[in-house]
Every structure is written in C-alpha cells, then in structure tokens.
Write a protein that binds this ligand. Sequence first.
Ligand SMILES: [Zn+2]
Length: 192
Amino acid sequence: MTQEDIIDIYKKSGALLEGHFELSSGLHSPSYLQSALVLQHPEYASMLCKELAEVFKDRKIELVIAPALGGIIVAYEVARHLNVRTIFAEREKGQLTLRRGFKIKEGERTLVVEDVITTGISVKETIEVVEKNKGMLVGVGSLIDRSGGKAEIGHPYHSLAVLNVPAYKPTDCPLCKSGKKITKPGSRDLRG
Ligand SMILES: [Zn+2]
C-alpha cells in the first residue's frame, strides 16, 4: 500500500476532516484525524495493521503495546498478524502505566504502536513504561505521523503515512483571521 492508499482509507471513512480545529494542545489546525472512524471497520483495521506488522515481521517481536485508547485496536491487530501477545498502557493519576495485571517480561522484545503520532508524547510515555518494566524496545510504529516526521520520539519509528499538517498558535492562525468557525473535537488522542 502506498501512502496515498492509506490516506484514501482515512478519507473514505470520514476520518480525515478539513476545516478549523482546536487541538488539545491549544494549537489550531486545518485538519483533524479520527482513526476510530477507520478502525470501526475491521476490514480496514486488518488491512492497515497487516501493513504495519509486515514492517516488523523479522524483528522477533514478542509483545505489542499501545497507549490507550487510540492505539489499542492497532496493537491488537498488529499482534494478531505477528501472532504475539498484546497489552496496553493506560492513565492512572495522569501517568501511563500497566493495569489489569498486564506484565512485560524482562528482556521481552516489545513493539510500541499508536494510531496517529502528533507530538509523540503518548508514544514516548509508553516507551518509558516498557523500559521501567525492563522490556526490550525493538521498534515504534504508527498508522500516521501527522508531524511531518518532526515528532520527538527519541527512537527510530515507522509510520505508514507521513502528513505535514500545519498547527498554528491561535494568535497566528490564518483560519481565525479569515473568521472561519472553529471546532474543538475534544479527543485526547489529538495529543498523540
Ligand atoms: Zn484558528
């Protein structure tokens, strides 16, 4: 699949919206990605995650982990294609952590995945969870990198599609200046 194929699936699912959005970072952007609208279709979820799994299939992955909520379906589908275990990290008092009895074995070869990487904060925190539990980080993958490759993950990562989506300070926002009505989707996964 090409990057265009990936973006097409997002467009077809109504998951790539154009307009004027306030991200949870407070920045304004002319576009907004809602992967849940893609992943509600098992056929698309499987297709995209198989593609991501292929990238890491020779890396002897033993565990796939994602930050909740956005990454859970991606982790599950990638793990299904790799035929390995999958868990997720979730927030407790603002901190990403393992709950529900999830464990990472010492030295376990672990892949971190996410649906959309924006700033890379959630992925970075998930990597910290892996390291704190003495897992071995083998790779980082996402369906989409909307930072144009500028997200600071601190490790090499692979995204099926890279978008360079502008984000403006409200005071510099050309959409505000043109008087375009703003939408606040209010989804945490915008922080990526
Ligand atoms: Zn604006």
